[in-house]
Write a protein that binds this ligand. Sequence first.
Ligand SMILES: *Cc1c(COP(=O)(O)O)cnc(C)c1O
Length: 376
Amino acid sequence: MLNKFQIPLSASDLTDLERNAMLEVFDSRILSLGPKTVEFEDNFARFVGTKHAVAVNSGTSALHLIVRALGIGRADEVITTPFSFVASSNCILFEGATPVFADIEPNTLNIDPDEVEKKITPRTKAILAVDVFGHPAEWDRLRHIADKHNLLLIEDSCEALGAKFKGQNAGTFANAGCFAFYPNKQITCAEGGMITTNDDNIANLCRSMRNQGRAQNGGWLSHERLGYNYRLSELHSAIGNAQLKRIDEILEKRAKVAANYEDLLKDCPEISLPQKGSNAQISWFVYVVKLESVKTPEDRKKVMDFMAECGIQTNIYFAPIHLQPFYQKEFGCKPGDFPVTERIAAKTLAIPFFANLTTAQAQTVTQSLKQAIALL
Ligand SMILES: *Cc1c(COP(=O)(O)O)cnc(C)c1O
């Protein structure tokens, strides 16, 4: 899609390494079910530190297969956050289970373990926590709650590749974790996802289900279970693998952009900057500030329109899941259900953020943001 903005909200960081890796696959004519996916999985498992990594065609597919592999179904409730991208809740609906939202903690914007405990019922089967904006959730408290109540844990780390909690990598805390490689994520392969787990059974089930329910060594037309086509192509895998080779450089660049923004915005009382929990190492996914002087949706729209006039793309991250039209209609969710999420979501603004955002661009963005706020 053509972007009319001089400074877009996000941009991928692609080089000749990715280009050549992709062309190599093109020339090999092995376009699916080949060595590049295996290589990407092996390198990914090593980077994250899990026994298995299973590549799929999106983060949403990864979430779906995890929910299915854990046997979550119609009778079950899964406790999750309303402050996330819609896929982290939809994957529960795919299997006919019920998402039960628990409100967030206002500083880290992650699911609040105290709220999680309040939502547990005899039907609760799992907790699905999201490492929102690359900030890891409170994994030791969530693990404690899960163990105490005999619940499964799912980690949606789609925004958190490279993040750590108490020195341990995101994607390793639950029964299974997952990542996504859409172009705005830390690394991209155009479209793609990955499941990470130490559990042989979950890994085997996911490998089978992504490939039409085939057995690992079974025939092409032998299907052992219900499956899907969630395979990642060799072209996509090659791009992802090349990106992963550059992960340290990419994460460093992103951290530097975040540090620049912090520097440029720290003296502005109307703007609250992202906060970090004491045990967390953030892997920067987006740069989301809170506009404290915004009182109405119209105020925020004015800020966004002003910045758009300056050629700067922004967005509201996130619109709460429970207030999505579909959730309000189907499940009777309504404004007021999750006050912390709603209070924060009304003030957030994501400003342009990507590895190659220059200091000059960061200055342009912050200057425009300050001007827009001054006009309110
Ligand atoms: C990006 C994202 C997903 C889904 O990934 P896709 O590859 O777009 O399907 C899921 N959960 C969260 C929190 C995400 O940010």
